[in-house]
Design a protein around this ligand. Structure first.
Ligand code: C2E
Ligand code: MG
Ligand code: MG
Ligand code: MG
Length: 279
């Protein structure tokens, strides 16, 4: 600490701050290169539909670093958002997911893919234009790409965000509100946003079968969603008991380790093939 270092000495950074600065610089040098050198990969996590079938998966980016191995998104997305790299990164995820959807179609696998989009990607039309153009180039009339946004996307530039949400839906993309219940959006706001579904945050799903407060919150959120004609998707389902509570309380779209972790595309193909016939 600066105080302990005595008179005449100036200590600008604590060890923790040093660590953070070092990390920032490391990301600054390496993430751009990672994007250029194809070190990013997408894992796909299946979502279970009300009828038990899998019609959709979520694209979750990872970084395969030659130096550090597999790096999870929580360690670089915030930096990407701050630096603006999230714009090309997000474009890459969306276009790569679309190519994967087309490759699956050629194999007789029909899946939608939801991509996560950050607030920073909504400040202009580019993400929308990219999707529209890619759909046109591939002769696709209804978008098989869906969009996951968090409530924070609505705070900074609400008008622009709402406009883009309408536009995405006109392309046939569904818009889902991710991590629902952890942000600051009000119920009146929820009634105004053009969305198809909310994704119930994992914190409400965790041990819901044995936590009365989570149970009350889930029931209340489901009631509001139903009143607004929105679907509810549970994320982070890990146990049969959590699933049972959710199904009994009107949450029938589910995602979580209980069904399948995020996995590379070829693993998802095997995972799908091993599910009971027709599902
Ligand atoms: P998210 O969109 O809310 O994704 C859910 C996260 O929960 C994923 O973590 C997923 O692997 C994890 N998860 C799924 N099921 C379970 C479960 O049953 N138990 C537990 N404990 N965790 C589960 P992941 O892949 O590490 O991604 C973290 C976050 O990074 C995502 O949260 C999303 O906000 C962000 N992210 C990932 N890919 C992208 C991207 O391409 N663009 C942007 N902007 N953000 C991304
Ligand atoms: Mg998500
Ligand atoms: Mg989430
Ligand atoms: Mg999250």
């Amino acid at each position: 600490h600066a105080k302990e270092s005595g008179r005449g000495q100036l200590c600008l950074f604590s060890p923790e701050m040093n660590q953070r600065v070092f990390e920032y610089l490391w990301l600054d040098t390496n993430l751009r290169k990672a994007l250029e050198h194809q070190q990013l990969i997408i894992h796909y996590q299946p979502k279970i539909s009300p009828d038990g079938k899998v019609n959709s998966a979520e694209a979750l980016v990872r970084w395969l670093s030659p130096e550090r191995g597999l790096i999870p998104p929580n360690e670089f997305i915030a930096y990407a958002e701050e630096s603006g790299l999230i714009v090309p990164l997000g474009r890459w995820v969306m276009l790569t997911a679309l190519q994967q959807i087309l490759a699956w179609r050629r194999q007789g696998i029909f899946l939608r893919v939801a991509v996560n989009v950050s607030a920073r990607q909504l400040i202009d039309q580019s993400i929308y234009n990219d999707l529209k153009q890619a759909l046109q180039q591939n002769g696709i009339s209804v978008s098989p790409i869906d969009i996951e946004l968090t409530e924070s996307c609505l705070i900074d530039n609400e008008q622009q965000a709402l406009h883009l949400m309408h536009q995405f839906r006109q392309l046939g993309a569904e818009v889902h509100l991710d991590d629902f219940g952890t942000g600051y959006s009000s119920l009146s706001q929820l009634a105004r946003v053009p969305i198809d579904a909310i994704k119930l945050d994992q914190s409400f799903v965790r041990d819901v079968d044995e936590r009365p407060i989570s149970q009350s919150l889930v029931r209340a959120i489901v009631a509001v969603a139903k009143a607004l004609h929105l679907r509810v998707i549970a994320e982070g389902v890990e146990t049969a008991k959590e699933e049972q509570f959710l199904l009994e309380n009107g949450v029938d779209e589910r995602q979580g380790y209980y069904y399948g972790k995020p996995m590379p595309a070829d693993m998802l193909e095997h995972w799908l093939a091993q599910r009971p016939a027709g599902s």
